[in-house]
Structures are given as structure tokens and as C-alpha cells.
Design a protein around this ligand. Structure first.
Ligand SMILES: [Zn+2]
Length: 142
């Protein structure tokens, strides 16, 4: 890719480089292109994934139906989901979510085990009247 970034913030001149979507779809990119703000010319791979997974016309319809302040988030979400689906065709985003949920469950287990260890340590140090419900209550004296 030639990294000639020419004022991609203003889309007034259609003769400069088209957005990634129009480049892939081989169409003219004009000032009212729905893709241009979210898929600049240096994001061709992202748009290729989004187009492959969702289809260009579906993405255009989705972006057109949204209020302007939600379009950027929607485009980012589509990019993320398409990327996940390309990397993991069966599970997509759900694969990442499942892995993270498993990790959270494992860490909660470890945390619980650590709290139990702290409780035991509290029993040993506090002596006779340890309630064992408050974590970090080793120095508590009632
Ligand atoms: Zn365009």
C-alpha cells in the first residue's frame, strides 16, 4: 500500500483516493459515501472482512439506519465481529467471550481460594474469637 495520506478528513474532492469500501467494490467514492468516514483507504483489510461476513449492502443499510452518533461505534463493532469471525469461523466473537468467561471463573476460584487462605491465616493470628466472614480482618479486635 502506498502510504500517501492526502487529507482524508474532508471528502469534498472525489478525485483523490477512494475509501477502502469503494476501492474494493470498484465504484466511485463521492462526498456522501456512507463507508468513507468509517473505512478510510488504509483500512482495506478491515472492510474486506466486513464485506465478506456481512455483505456491503447490509452494512450500508445498517449504517444508514443509525443516528450519526452511533455510526462510528457500529462500524467498529462490525469490524471487530467480522475480524473475529474470519479468525474463528465457527464461534466468532462468542469464542473470545467464552474464553474470557472461563478465565474469569478460574480467577474467581483462585480469589476464593486466596480468601480462604487469608481467613485461615486470620484464625491463626487472631486466636480465639475470629468470625471468619470479613476478609483482611486479621488485625480486628472487638
Ligand atoms: Zn467510499
Amino acid at each position: 500500500m502506498a502510504a500517501s495520506r492526502s487529507s482524508s478528513t474532508s471528502f469534498s474532492n472525489a478525485s483523490t483516493s477512494p475509501c477502502a469500501a469503494c476501492k474494493l467494490l470498484r465504484r466511485t467514492c463521492n462526498s456522501d459515501c456512507v463507508f468513507a468516514p468509517y473505512f478510510p483507504d488504509d483500512q482495506s483489510q478491515q472492510f474486506a472482512n466486513v464485506e465478506k461476513i456481512f455483505g456491503a449492502s447490509n452494512v450500508a443499510n445498517m449504517l444508514n439506519d443509525l443516528p450519526i452518533h452511533q455510526k462510528g461505534d457500529a462500524a467498529n463493532s462490525l469490524i471487530f465481529e467480522a475480524d473475529a469471525r474470519v479468525k474463528e469461523p465457527i464461534y466468532g466473537c462468542v469464542g473470545a467471550i467464552s474464553r474470557l468467561q472461563l478465565e474469569v471463573a478460574q480467577l474467581q476460584k483462585e480469589l476464593c481460594s486466596a480468601h480462604t487462605g487469608i481467613d485461615r491465616y486470620g484464625v491463626y493470628t487472631a486466636g480465639q474469637e475470629y468470625k471468619g466472614s470479613a476478609y483482611g480482618g486479621a488485625s480486628a479486635s472487638f
